[in-house]
Design a protein around this ligand. Structure first.
Ligand SMILES: Nc1nc2c(ncn2[C@@H]2O[C@H](COP(=O)(O)OP(=O)(O)OP(=O)(O)O)[C@@H](O)[C@H]2O)c(=O)[nH]1
Length: 291
């Protein structure tokens, strides 16, 4: 995996873990190398191993890429450039490639997640311990194929024009194909009410990503996972019915999310739709749209 090397050289993450540590931990619970690798790609598999009942129904397991598709997805992220940082809506770049925005509370790990997705381009994203480091919309071009957009967080130290800039961008951007809405894996905040209300009011299609999963025990994480699912997915709305979980520190879950982004921006050759997804897409096309 390419992502680990640059994460372990990152100055910003406070604790250094690595894929090797992750695999060692899995070996300690008697996982084979293949199972451990699978859980690294999609950590939900690890969570499932702690309980006998399925934590996902078929309708919540729509995105299940093959090993080849994951390789293809990771490969899409090789060439990344910061093209523009924008503080007002009249300065936005053109709309001719699909965009995926990353939103969430201040300090939830948006910039770190982008850096982990862009691990083949070290130090391209600024991250910080203090909440409110990101003050502009930052547009990152991925190989000329699509863009990821780092969005200022809500909660602490928001830019003065936050509502105009962020809500204006999210609700009016024609090439915005999906929004990744980040939420901490911590059980201390089972519902991010502000974020949920904001995104529901805007009515845009989004995907929930639980962050910083390396900080929590599998049992706590499982509790957050189930509560989050109940809050965001089982209550309907514009949320993609599958939760993603990541650690930008270990890289766990990053290849899976890279593959999903490659898929929704129309950059995966491998066909990806399950029968369930096709059925659900008939009712809510925007949640399942592929650019
Ligand atoms: N352990 C751990 N720490 C993380 C992870 N992701 C981010 N962090 C830490 O969380 C803090 C905030 O990370 P950022 O990526 O700057 O958060 P942000 O959401 O972009 O913050 P704002 O600019 O305030 O909106 C930093 O100290 C990161 O090192 C993770 O996966 N694991």
């Amino acid at each position: 995996m390419t992502c680990i090397a640059s994460i372990s050289t990152s100055q910003t993450l406070s604790r250094q873990v690595s894929k090797t540590d992750y695999l060692k931990r899995m070996k300690a619970v008697n996982w084979t190398k293949k199972l451990a690798e699978d859980a690294f790609i999609d950590p939900v598999k690890e969570l499932q191993s702690y309980v006998a009942t399925p934590i996902l129904s078929d309708n919540e397991k729509l995105f299940t890429p093959s090993d080849e598709a994951v390789k293809e997805g990771e490969g899409v992220f090789q060439s990344v450039k910061l093209i523009k940082s924008v503080a007002s809506l009249d300065k936005l770049p053109d709309e001719n490639v699909p965009e995926v925005a990353v939103i969430g509370k201040s300090n939830v790990g948006k910039s770190s997640l982008l850096q982990a997705l862009f691990s083949s381009t070290p130090n391209i994203v600024k991250t910080g311990k203090k909440p409110g480091q990101t003050q502009t919309l930052n547009f990152f071009d991925v190989d000329g194929k699509f863009r990821l957009v780092d969005v200022p967080g809500f909660g602490y130290n928001m830019p003065a024009n936050y509502h105009e800039l962020v809500e204006g961008y999210l609700t009016s951007r024609k090439n915005l194909c999906r929004t990744l809405c980040l939420k901490s894996g911590s059980t201390r905040y089972p519902v991010d009410k502000l974020g949920k209300d904001m995104i529901s009011e805007m009515g845009i299609p989004y995907v929930i990503v639980l962050t910083k999963i390396d900080r929590f025990s599998p049992h706590l994480l499982l509790k957050t996972f189930l509560e989050t699912k109940q809050t965001y997915i089982q209550t309907g709305g514009n949320c993609f019915p599958q939760l993603f979980v990541v650690s930008s520190l270990t890289g766990a879950g990053i290849p899976f999310l890279q593959t999903f982004i490659a898929h929704i921006t129309g950059n995966l050759k491998s066909p990806m739709f399950t029968v369930q997804e096709k059925e659900l897409a008939k009712e809510s096309p925007s949640i399942f749209a592929v650019y």
